[in-house]
Design a protein around this ligand. Structure first.
Ligand code: ATP
Length: 200
């Protein structure tokens, strides 16, 4: 039987408990064997604000966050490829490496922009199933409609993942500095030691 692999891509600026909780919920719901956490090199659709962590620091924080969990790992596939990080390129590359049972884990914000913002949504839908994890007070009716439309248009296999929502974003963390409460201790320590996000 092939290994069921989840993929959680993001800027991870910084990684936080919302990322971990999303991966855990998707893993439990879909019975994933492993989840790869993949930091973007250059995010094509968002600008990293001045004073952000460097790419190496974002990677190191993801390494530390995933280390305690045997099912979770850090992948440098986007960083080592360089340039803007398009998910479709990552999925193609993972398929070429023999990962043939892929599930892309995304927050609900990402599902709503899937067909407008993402490059080659039809190919993404062929290469991976989608696990959509609630991030906040989502309009479930709108989500279900969107999932249905993406299924009819692209044949996308979409699972809406239930479970307790953890309302946190990296933006909020950079603004509030509440790292101790909302990032794992390994990440909070790294942020303190390296004086990250102080001049924002
Ligand atoms: P920023 O606030 O800087 O835009 P972010 O918190 O949205 O960052 P990303 O690293 O861009 O974090 O997110 C990567 C992926 O994780 C996206 O699919 C996003 O929807 C999902 N995600 C982020 N936070 C949560 C959360 N609290 N619950 C569920 N999914 C989340």
């Amino acid at each position: 039987m092939s290994t069921k692999t989840g993929i959680l891509g993001g800027t991870f600026n910084p990684p936080h408990n919302g990322h971990l909780s999303a991966a855990m919920r998707a893993r439990r719901t879909l019975g994933l064997d492993q989840v790869l956490f993949i930091p973007t090199n250059i995010p094509p659709h968002k600008q990293l604000p001045a004073g952000s962590a460097t790419t190496e620091q974002r990677c190191e924080m993801v390494r530390r966050m995933t280390a305690p969990y045997p099912w979770a790992s850090f992948s440098d596939i986007e960083v080592s490829r360089g340039g803007p990080s398009y998910t479709v390129d990552t999925l193609r590359a993972l398929h070429a490496r023999g990962y043939d049972d892929l599930t892309l884990i995304v927050g609900t914000d990402m599902l709503l922009s899937f067909d407008r913002v993402w490059r080659a949504p039809d190919e993404i839908a062929r290469l991976a199933a989608l696990a959509v994890v609630a991030r906040g007070a989502d309009d479930r009716e709108a989500l279900a409609q969107k999932a249905d439309m993406l299924h009819r248009t692209f044949g996308a296999q979409i699972t809406l993942v239930e479970g307790p929502v953890l309302e946190v974003s990296s933006t909020e963390l950079r603004e509030t500095g509440d790292f101790a409460r909302l990032t794992p201790p390994e990440v909070a320590e790294y942020i303190l030691e390296n004086r990250l996000y102080q001049q924002l």
